[in-house]
Design a binder for this molecule. Structure first.
Ligand SMILES: Nc1ncnc2c1ncn2[C@@H]1O[C@H](COP(=O)(O)OP(=O)(O)OP(=O)(O)O)[C@@H](O)[C@H]1O
Length: 248
């Protein structure tokens, strides 16, 4: 059995994901323009910005769900162009979308079984979200928002991601639930060595657990820095880019 308590040593200088001059959009119209972004192994990176900035669009492009218009996306130094979303999942890129995409008619346990290759994976991911262990036979559709989000994350982890992409994990959740779930990402990274790229509206909470952050506005990266640097300039960023809707 895998010992999940031992921290995994990670080489944080190794670039896992690299976006160079990425432009992507819909119907031939670019939404993002020339986005440069990197995620190193074992890092938690936040992508911040106001509504409509292009954050979700950027994540969809990384996961192969919409085609690039310009630029390159390298994952472990391999070009992701023309790879299907399924192939990217097999390579270790696992995307938890904004709508969570659970199988509503299936139970918690069945949702986890769909994702896991090995029964041990289910026990392992329940270690991060013990509450799910008490409701294994409950259908996903009747779960609370927080329980659904835990299940979506647990299912993603059962796929053993190298890069976990999480879009608006906190959407519709009470701040107290967000405060309890966000720190789990730090534990996941320390114990599995995976990297996390997340879009999060609870900016201050997200920066507490992140290593670095990018701020996006109107499809461009307008600021990047360590989480501490971005947190220190939050008041200024709120005034110029992040807008009043950013919370936390
Ligand atoms: N399927 C689509 N077809 C056409 N335009 C779209 C589509 N999806 C998003 N857009 C547009 O692309 C722009 C960027 O949207 P995106 O969802 O990437 O922003 P975001 O930064 O994630 O915003 P939010 O925080 O509100 O989720 C918006 O103007 C949006 O209306």
């Amino acid at each position: 059995m895998t010992d999940t308590s031992a921290p995994v040593t990670v080489e944080t200088d190794e670039v896992l994901l690299q976006l160079d001059s990425v432009s992507v959009g819909y119907g031939g119209t670019p939404v993002t323009q020339g986005v440069d972004l990197t995620v190193r192994r074992g890092e938690i990176v936040c992508l911040l910005g106001p509504n409509g900035a292009g954050k979700t669009t950027t994540l969809l492009a990384i996961s192969g769900l919409i085609p690039l218009m310009k630029g390159t996306v390298l994952f472990q130094q391999r070009d992701l162009l023309k790879r299907s979303p399924d192939a990217l999942t097999r390579m270790g890129i696992v995307h938890v979308p904004e709508d969570r995409s659970l199988f509503g008619g299936l139970t918690v346990e069945e949702n986890l079984k769909v994702a896991s290759r090995d029964p041990e994976d289910i026990a392992r991911v329940l270690g991060y979200f013990p509450k799910l262990g008490d409701i294994l036979d409950r259908r996903a559709t009747v779960l609370s928002g927080g329980e659904q989000q835990m299940l979506a994350l647990a299912r993603a982890l059962a796929l053993r991601p190298t890069l976990l992409i999480v879009d608006e994990m906190s959407l519709g959740l009470a701040p107290i639930i967000v405060e309890s779930i966000l720190p789990v990402f730090r534990r996941i990274v320390e114990e599995t060595g995976c990297s996390v790229l997340m879009v999060e509206q609870h900016v201050r909470l997200a920066l507490e657990i992140a290593d670095r952050a990018y701020v996006m506005s109107r499809g461009r990266i307008v600021r990047e820095g360590t989480a501490a640097e971005i947190a220190a300039s939050l008041d200024e960023l709120r005034g110029s880019y992040l807008g009043v809707q950013s919370e936390g």
